[in-house]
Every structure is written in structure tokens, then in C-alpha cells.
Ligand binder design. Structure first.
Ligand code: F6P
Length: 535
């Protein structure tokens, strides 16, 4: 299935894609697609119409339409865990019934959402009293999908915050919880324990520390703790009253859970109305994904461009570069979404993958990254496809000149990557600076930019809750499409298990509660070192 594409890649290698623009004045329009006001431009890549047709062919060969419809209709498409995949039901605000095994899940979804809204309103209006008065701060304790989504979204939507301040604790490193709680009043802080399983070592350890902090400093655990979990019984056993537990079903994967109870901190910060707008944005992207033809379908196009670069051209990493400071946590969020979903080595049926799995995702907001790692992107020996993101407007109306500079930098970087600078141009510059001979030649070579480095651009009007919902759902579906074409189950995460098991075995040895047994020489050496210096 990939052979035709490898052939396209060989053909494209020697072609400068700036020339594609010269050959086709409408290239930008022909290689862009829109969903509502989101515009995805993939013209600054080496994809031509023939290559695109071959890529689109992958969708039909992989049976994408059938898999997509199966997912939305509640079939158990997460086959290795025997689960449906229905995070879309959490944002199905005005849709119809969605059945799992013949049972409509929507009444339960609506009921939980209504409870979340009522609770959020009560907290925001000061009706939830803590011993020190109304709630001023919220600490979300979770990790992975129970942290990255709400942390990313709360930061992204910070211009809309009119509720309590939100803080996020994830790492089992005691520094994280200690530094966070040190800034807060235990008598006016709401502690959210966010864990789908309610067994995750980091979250439970931090939750116990936070519970002790409340108890020691005049807080009230029953009034100031909330649980977000699929394991309602375990949450109750922790001491959280049933009415403070917001549950969700096993058909919501951790890294897809922002849309339901795991998003409670975001709802507390921006209010139920704004949270609903985010859900509507996600739902709008669902509708687009289900209806748009492949060649105008944004999740499909993002996936196909991604596959072209990673699986066909062999570029091992991909940079996510939002020119939006408030999307500073998006790269980390997408690392989990994409790498935990598609970082697999066998297909759904257990056979080895035909193509490499998903690429390494990394990135940081522009313009900061420009002063850190763009050097490698422009002149390093590896090609790093870049995904730029840019809003037409910021929220700081009185600082519009900042935004103009931000936008100019984003567009300039994409152009620089594509155009590069030839040796001739570099030589001319050096000559202009008064250099000559061997020194001119030496200096010129350092100033060459190979160019022909691919990038895409996602444009949006402004980072509103609706747009954030669209962007997150866009990436969720992109990951799904890539997974279907690669034959991967994007919804399990067995790769995280082994390390967890070995950590459980090692913890008593680190603490000196158990003798060191069955470890390799390197681990024994590290244990000796730690135990000698642990104080
Ligand atoms: O270790 C991986 C993982 O299972 C993620 O998939 C998940 O988002 C995270 O841990 C947290 O899990 P939980 O919400 O059950 O605490």
C-alpha cells in the first residue's frame, strides 16, 4: 500500500517545492481546506496533486469511513481492551442517541454534565462554603490525560477566567505538590482528585498529601474534595462523598477525557457557558469529520500530511509550533495524545506494523522557540516538518502591534524554511560585508539554509473556547485517522505498563524496606548510591 507513495517521494526529493508555487499560482488555495473558520494550509510541502490522490487512496484502502462510523456509533473499536471509544458523546450537546450494546449513553452523559454545571455554578457563586469562606483556588491532582488536557485548556482559555484560580499537580516529585500548596489557603481551596482508574500511583500519593494538608490546616475534606473518575467506589473509599464524585465510563480514554468530568477545573475557571462553547467547537469538528469528503476533511488532511512526512519521507519527528503563548501546554498535550495513541509496534491483529509508527512530537510556542531550537530546524541535518498555528487576533486589543509582530514571525519562519538561502546568495552577502577569498567561502557556507523544509499552517480567528474545542477535536481525529491507516489501535496504552510494574517492585528497595534482589548491576549500583545518600 505504501509502494506508490515511496515512488512519489523519490520523485519529489529533487524538486524544490517553491517551484510548485511558480507552476501553479492557485497552489495555496488548492492545497488548503477549511472547517468553519479554521483554515489548514499544507501548500508549503512537497505534496502535489498526484501525491495527494495517492495519499487519499490510503483512506479507502484502510476502510476509514467504516472505522470512523463504527467509532461514532459506539462499536468496540478499542479491540485490545474490548471498549467502545465515545469521547465524542461527551460533546454531543444537541445530537441524538448513542448506544453501547444497545443502551443509549446520552442520558448518563447529560446527567453528569448537569451535575458538573450545578456544582460549578455553586462554587463560582460562593454557595460552596469552605471553613475559610468561598473557594478561591482549585487544585487539580491528576497525571497524563487527567492533567494535560485541563491544564492545557485552562491556560488556553485564561482570558475567559472569571472563577477560581486553577493549579495543576501531577508529578510524584514532592516538589510539585509542596510548591503548589505552599501558595494556597487550605481553608479556601478545592482539591480535585482526577483519575480515571483512581489507582495511579502519582495521583493517589499526591491526593493523600493534599488530604493531609487540608486536615492539618483547618480544611474540611468532605466539603473541599471532589473526585473525577470511572471508579466511583474507590473515590468513595478515599473519603469523598458520592455527591462529589463525577463519574465517566470506560469508553472515555484518559487522553480523550477533557470533554467530561476531567474538564471540571476548566468549567470552574471559565463557567459552564464557556465550557459548553468548547464542547460545541469539538462537536462542530465531529460533524465536519463525519461529513466532509477526504480531500476537504481537516483531520484527514492533517493525518495524510503527517503520514507523508513520517512514514513515507522518513522524517522521525514533528514540531508543533503554536504562535500563541496561551497554547504553551499544547505540545505536551499532543505528545500524550499522539505518542500514547500511535506509538505502537504491532497492528490491531498483533502482527508487526508495515510502516514505522507515529513520529516523535515536540515543540514550543513561537516566537520563543525561534531563539532556542529553530537553528536545528533551519540548518540541522534532519528535516523536521513543522506545524505552525496562528490566530488572526489576540485578546490584547491594546497590544495589536505585538500580534502583528507575532504573525509576521510565524509567516516568515514558514517562508524561510521553504525558500532557504543558497550558497550564491550567502557568498554575495559575505562579499557585501567586505570578505573575500577563503574566508568569504568559509563564512558563506555557515550562512546557507537548505530550504525545502516542509511546514503547514493552521489559521483560526481567535483562541476562543469554540476554536479551542475545534482544534483539540481536530487533533483527536487526526490521530484516529493515522491509526486506522497504520492499522494501529490508537486507544490502548500497554507500553506504559512495564515501567509501572518495575517501579512498584523497586519502591521498597529504594526505601530500604526490602532487600535488593533480582536487579541488574547498573540498577544495584544506583540503589547503593541512593541508599548511601538518602539521609
Ligand atoms: O500511564 C498512562 C495513563 O494510563 C494514561 O493513559 C492516563 O491518562 C494516565 O495514566 C492517568 O490515568 P488515570 O486517569 O487513571 O489516573
Amino acid at each position: 500500500m505504501w509502494d506508490a507513495l515511496f515512488h512519489h517521494c523519490d520523485r519529489a526529493r529533487t524538486r524544490r517545492f517553491a517551484e510548485l508555487f511558480e507552476a501553479d499560482p492557485d497552489r495555496a488555495a488548492r492545497f488548503s481546506a477549511a472547517a468553519d473558520e479554521l483554515l489548514f494550509d499544507y501548500s508549503k510541502t512537497n505534496i502535489d496533486a498526484e501525491t495527494r490522490a495517492a495519499l487519499i487512496d490510503l483512506c479507502d484502502r484502510a476502510g476509514l469511513a467504516g472505522r470512523r462510523d463504527a467509532m461514532f456509533s459506539g462499536a468496540r473499536v478499542n479491540e485490545t481492551e474490548g471498549r467502545a471509544v465515545l469521547h465524542s458523546a461527551l460533546r454531543n450537546l444537541d445530537g441524538g442517541a448513542v448506544a453501547v450494546d444497545g443502551v443509549d449513553v446520552m442520558p448518563g452523559v447529560r446527567d453528569t454534565l448537569d451535575r458538573m454545571r450545578a456544582f460549578a455554578r455553586a462554587v463560582r457563586e460562593g454557595a460552596v462554603e469552605a471553613p475559610g469562606g468561598t473557594i478561591t483556588d482549585v487544585v487539580n491532582i491528576g497525571i497524563g490525560g487527567s492533567d494535560l488536557g485541563p491544564m492545557m485548556a485552562a491556560r488556553a482559555l485564561s482570558p475567559y477566567r472569571d472563577g477560581p484560580r486553577c493549579h495543576f499537580v501531577s508529578n510524584v516529585d514532592g516538589a510539585h505538590v509542596a510548591d503548589t500548596l505552599a501558595r494556597l489557603d487550605a481553608r479556601r481551596t478545592l482539591v480535585i482528585v482526577a483519575s480515571k482508574t483512581f489507582t495511579t500511583l502519582e495521583t493517589m500519593t499526591n491526593a493523600e498529601t493534599a488530604r493531609a494538608w487540608l486536615q492539618e490546616r483547618g480544611g474540611d475534606v468532605a466539603r473541599q474534595c471532589v473526585a473525577l473518575s470511572s471508579a466511583v467506589d474507590r473515590a468513595s473509599a478515599f473519603g469523598i462523598p458520592a455527591e462529589r464524585v463525577f463519574g465517566f465510563e470506560d469508553w472515555v480514554g484518559g487522553r480523550y477525557s477533557l470533554w467530561g468530568p476531567i474538564g471540571l477545573s476548566v468549567m470552574l475557571a471559565v463557567g459552564p457557558g464557556r465550557f459548553d462553547e468548547m464542547l460545541r467547537g469539538g462537536q462542530a469538528m465531529d460533524d465536519h469529520f463525519r461529513a466532509a469528503p477526504w480531500e476537504r476533511n481537516l483531520p484527514v488532511l492533517l493525518a495524510l500530511v503527517g503520514l507523508w512526512h513520517a512514514q513515507v519521507c522518513g522524517y522521525a519527528t514533528r514540531a508543533v509550533l503554536p504562535y500563541e503563548q496561551r497554547l504553551e501546554h499544547l505540545p505536551a498535550y499532543l505528545q500524550q495524545l499522539e505518542m500514547e495513541s500511535n506509538g505502537k509496534r504491532v497492528a490491531m491483529d498483533g502482527t508487526p506494523l508495515e510502516a514505522p509508527s507515529g513520529p516523535v512530537i515536540w515543540g514550543a510556542p513561537g516566537t520563543n522557540g525561534q531563539h532556542a531550537f529553530y537553528q536545528l530546524i533551519h540548518q540541522g541535518t534532519q528535516v523536521v516538518p513543522c506545524e505552525f498555528m496562528l490566530g488572526a487576533q489576540g485578546h490584547e486589543r491594546d497590544l495589536a502591534h505585538h500580534h502583528a509582530l507575532l504573525a509576521a514571525n510565524c509567516l516568515a519562519q514558514a517562508r524561510a524554511l521553504m525558500l532557504g538561502r543558497s550558497l550564491e546568495e550567502a557568498r554575495a552577502r559575505m562579499a557585501g560585508a567586505g570578505l573575500e577569498g577563503a574566508e568569504l567561502e568559509r563564512q558563506a557556507r555557515h550562512r546557507v539554509f537548505p530550504g525545502n523544509r516542509p511546514s503547514t499552517l493552521l489559521l483560526y480567528p481567535q483562541l476562543t473556547p469554540f476554536v479551542l474545542g475545534q482544534i483539540v477535536a481536530l487533533y483527536e481525529h487526526r490521530v484516529f485517522v493515522e491509526g486506522v491507516i497504520l492499522g494501529i489501535n490508537s486507544f490502548d496504552q500497554w507500553g506504559v505498563e512495564l515501567g509501572k510494574e518495575l517501579a512498584t517492585e523497586l519502591a521498597p528497595m529504594v526505601e530500604g524496606r526490602a532487600p535488593v534482589r533480582g536487579q541488574d548491576g547498573s540498577t544495584v549500583g544506583a540503589l547503593d548510591y541512593l541508599r548511601a545518600r538518602s539521609g
